[in-house]
Design a protein around this ligand. Structure first.
Ligand code: AMP
Ligand code: MG
Length: 337
């Protein structure tokens, strides 16, 4: 699919407001926009327009039965999209919106099947990026937006990632700078009264427990239709191998012996690695690592690495979500405990 024009906005491209106006006009015409959010860039379409939503699936090359997240400008829109909003959902919305938390709720009558993938629930979020909020406010309706990458590829964290990946399938790409969070939202199912994490993110179990006052239900099994939980959802082209730090050097030598192009994703470069090893830095505080992770995976693609050897962070706090994304990049998906 292509559109008449492919504009990239932001920076010095026009007077303030122009970018947002162009994005809103595109949404009204049923076209796709690149929407900066604090998590990753979204591929946005009018959630009330079936032809527009169909364009998302065509552009991503994503199976049509995978549900999308609907982005709203405020929690006051919840009753338009959800048939029932349990207390826990209101509390979570109040505590974390705008922010990197997606709530799965029973769908309201009139929410398109194309958006929910035919499920009786709908996923809703108010993003924290000012440009996204401006677009959502000016547009007024819900914007269905999965991550703006091709199916099974790495989620984009800059406007140029979106352009590289989707080209002129997107009418307007708003440039909101690099994403502040860098990995996808925490998805929480509150459709049944309980509180259950479907996808880990920067908002963790402990915060959810504190706000809802509820123990969390066990994590969903692999049978659930949640693309974010599929194996190989965020994979770079390289084979991703996860090893403890003390085994990196041995792993490096094993792959070099097979003439592979080798990269290592780690906090520091070790003197024991030969010069031809590409070091992709991933260190610092966990939130900094989240911001960098997908950039590094994209770098692995650009370098055309055969193998990327990565050291998973400890399974604490945000480390849990980082491990989740690394496990998927390695094609191990639901083997994450
Ligand atoms: P993406 O932004 O590409 O990661 O895709 C949106 C995420 O929201 C996917 O992981 C979806 O499966 C998830 N999602 C959307 N709607 C629902 C729903 N009704 N129930 C469970 N997960 C959902
Ligand atoms: Mg995605």
């Amino acid at each position: 699919m292509s559109t008449a024009s492919s504009a990239t906005t932001g920076g010095a491209s026009g007077p303030p407001g122009t970018d947002v106006d162009a994005a809103v006009a595109a949404l009204r015409q049923g076209l796709l926009i690149g929407l900066p959010t604090e998590t990753v860039y979204g591929l946005g379409a009018d959630a009330g327009n079936p032809a527009a939503v169909a364009r998302i699936f065509a552009a991503k090359g994503r199976p049509a039965d995978h549900p999308l997240i609907v982005h709203l400008h405020g929690a006051d829109q919840l009753p338009q999209w959800a048939a029932r909003v349990p207390d826990a959902a209101w509390r979570l919305a109040e505590a974390f919106w705008p922010g990197p938390l997606t709530l799965v709720l029973p769908r309201a009558a009139g929410v398109l099947d194309a958006v929910t993938g035919g499920l009786d629930t709908v996923a809703l979020r108010v993003p924290a990026h000012p440009l996204a909020l401006h677009v959502l406010q000016a547009f007024g309706g819900g914007v269905a937006a999965p991550s703006a990458n091709r199916h099974k590829k790495i989620s984009p964290t800059t406007a140029s990632d979106v352009r590289d990946e989707l080209g002129d399938a997107v009418a307007v790409v708003l440039d909101g700078g690099p994403c502040q969070v860098g990995i996808e939202s925490t998805i929480v199912d509150v459709s049944t009264g309980g509180v259950r994490i479907l996808r880990p993110g920067v908002i963790g179990e402990e915060e959810l427990r504190q706000v809802t006052g509820q123990a969390l239900a066990p994590v969903a099994g692999p049978a659930l239709r949640v693309p974010g939980r599929m194996n190989v959802h965020y994979a770079p082209q390289a084979t991703v191998v996860l090893v403890p730090e003390d085994q990196v050097a041995a792993e490096v030598h094993r792959w070099l012996a097979q003439q592979a192009r080798v990269g290592v994703l780690s906090a520091a470069r070790a003197p024991a690695w030969p010069a031809q090893v590409h070091w992709l830095a991933l260190g610092g505080a966990p939130d900094e690592q989240a911001r960098q992770l997908y950039r590094r995976l994209r770098e692995a693609d650009r370098l055309r690495l055969d193998v990327l050897i990565a050291v998973p962070p400890p399974d604490q706090g945000l480390g849990h979500a980082l491990r989740d994304r690394l496990w998927r990049a390695a094609g191990l998906g639901d083997r994450l405990a």
